[in-house]
Design a protein around this ligand. Structure first.
Ligand SMILES: [Zn+2]
Length: 182
């Protein structure tokens, strides 16, 4: 896995219109881990792609009526199979964190990369997801020197009380073990 022009190579590129410029384009200094599944708890479909590309059909599921008009995105999605999809180049600001604060600094979208895991806050993530997440993070750490293993956080940590993802189902120790081994 490599990065070319702020896109990962050898993954699926599904460009989203939901991004804008970072205030400082080179300030990429935090990784934010999220989870998403659409409808909640259902996997292995294209609804997340459709949401991030403003193409989610509200008639397909009652839950979609509430969310189909959101303009949101993340840089990366890692599906249950380990398949990686990128929606926004890393030097642009994806819209994943919302109102948020990390170490006293607000608006985490300005300086972070958002990584979504296809999943829920209750269901264990897959082995393939941990392995691909590790590979993605290692590649990012090599390319963006202001990132580090110490600057990886969960959405729930930067938006406490408002967000709970990636949830108790995410094994942070396992991630850090994998990062140390590789
Ligand atoms: Zn989130």
């Amino acid at each position: 896995m490599n990065i070319n022009q702020h896109w990962l190579t050898d993954i699926t590129q599904t460009p989203s219109p939901n991004y804008d410029e970072r205030p400082v384009p080179t300030d990429i200094s935090l990784l934010v881990i999220h989870c998403i599944s659409l409808p909640p708890g259902e996997f292995d479909n294209f609804y997340i792609d459709q949401l991030f590309c403003n193409q989610l059909d509200p008639n397909k599921h009652p839950y979609f009526e509430k969310i189909h008009q959101l303009t949101v995105s993340a840089h990366i999605l890692i599906k249950r199979t380990g398949k990686v999809v990128q929606y926004v180049p890393f030097d642009k600001r994806a819209w994943h964190a919302g109102k948020s604060e990390y170490e006293g600094r607000e608006r985490c979208n300005d300086f972070s990369i958002g990584i979504e895991l296809e999943g829920t806050e209750q269901i264990e993530y897959t082995d393939q997801q941990y392995l691909q997440l590790t590979a993605v993070i290692q590649t990012l750490l090599k390319s963006y020197p202001e990132l580090s293993a110490q600057r990886i956080t969960g959405h729930s940590d930067i938006a406490p009380g408002r967000k709970n993802d990636p949830g108790a189902s995410f094994d942070w120790q396992r991630l850090f073990c994998l990062l140390n081994e590789s």
